[in-house]
Design a protein around this ligand. Sequence first.
Ligand code: GLP
Length: 233
Amino acid sequence: MNIVVKNADELSRLIAEEIIKVVKENKNPVLGLATGSSPLGIYANLIKAYENGEVSFKKVKTFNLDEYVKTYEEQTYRYFMNENLFNHVDIDKKNTNFPSLDNYSHYDEMIKDNGGIDIQLLGIGGNGHIAFNEPNTSFDSLTHVTDLTEKTRSDNARFFKDISEVPTQAITMGLKSIMNAKKVVLIATGKNKADAIKKLIEDEPNESLPCSILKKHPNCTIYVDEDAYSLVK
Ligand code: GLP
């Protein structure tokens, strides 16, 4: 696992460059995308590169990591992706995929049929979750329906009117689904991620810390700012 420590703007720029490289180098690029506040700077850089004519998303297929089970249209992760990336570039929305109650049992198969994910983007939860794989999710998990922990619901409540509106369930790629990606990049910024990043770097892989599975990935880089890195010895 490689570690890059830079300020948040620099991290977003570097990861956007990695994604653009994948899009340019592959005939049929497949991106694994993430939601949350962490990837917003990356998506802004991708939009800028598209507007400058540096990259086209016409041939790109995307698979998002996760989706809430029951929520208002404006709170769905599809809506988030449309607003923050897809509506601003030349991607064909038919090529953008999200796990759902209808497709989750064959979501991993769909990814495989499209050649597998070339680069998977990840954020991280304060409790070390990736996608919505909460602590003690099996390292062998594929895409599944999951209950959200109270920690995750309260972390994400800032996007809702109040915590009672935060869904209690989500559909998420599993940890094995994420490990199947050819390359993984994780971004973490801010003090509220410092504890998870310290454990990720210092502990052995164990199921109580979902992100720790990434230590077993042959091509994974974590991009952190000074705050997120601040507790590492
Ligand atoms: C949610 C998403 C995760 C994301 C996490 C962190 O729980 N399911 O994929 O990594 O939030 O979000 P943020 O980047 O806003 O801190």
